[in-house]
Write a new protein. Structure first.
Length: 154
């Protein structure tokens, strides 16, 4: 819900407060100017430089929640094994920031990534545990049916 996109720009403009609309309008004008000019390719932004244009407009808890949602989606798109390998490498190097999401301009802390890995592992174990339980139940029922058949025929 936090990262929902508006398909109708007019409706989105009515929902945002006036100051946010002005900031977005200015950003749109700046982006159009940048596209018109032939500039050299930009270098990726550092974690300190990244920030939303309207950072002062939103409460810190809302910005944090939006970043968390984006980071979780980006980590999920990388996959558990790739994130775990990169996490181990970052941990060995003594880094505090997980830099493998730099393409998406997201730099979560290693603690955030560690928590995501724990949650993802619990989700995978729960999924496997459920399927194992169903298979075990089917095996027990098949064994009981076999014993009942032997008792009736035998």
């Amino acid at each position: 819900m936090l990262d929902a996109r508006f398909s109708n720009a007019f409706q989105a403009a009515r929902l945002f407060p006036r100051s946010i609309r002005e900031v977005l309008r200015r950003l749109g004008a700046e982006q159009e100017e940048d596209q018109d000019e032939d500039l050299a390719p930009r270098t990726p932004l550092s974690p300190a430089q990244t920030g939303h244009a309207a950072d002062n407009e939103f409460p810190a808890i809302l910005r944090k929640a939006q970043d968390d949602v984006l980071c979780r989606k980006a980590l999920a798109s990388l996959g558990y094994s790739q994130v775990r390998a990169a996490y181990a490498q970052h941990k060995q190097e003594g880094l505090d920031i997980f830099e493998d999401l730099g393409d998406a301009q997201l730099w979560p802390t290693l603690e955030f990534v560690r928590d995501w890995l724990k949650e993802e592992r619990q989700r995978m174990v729960a999924q496997v545990r459920w399927s194992f339980g169903v298979a075990m139940l089917a095996t027990i029922l098949a064994g009981l049916a076999f014993v009942a058949t032997i008792a009736v025929l035998g």
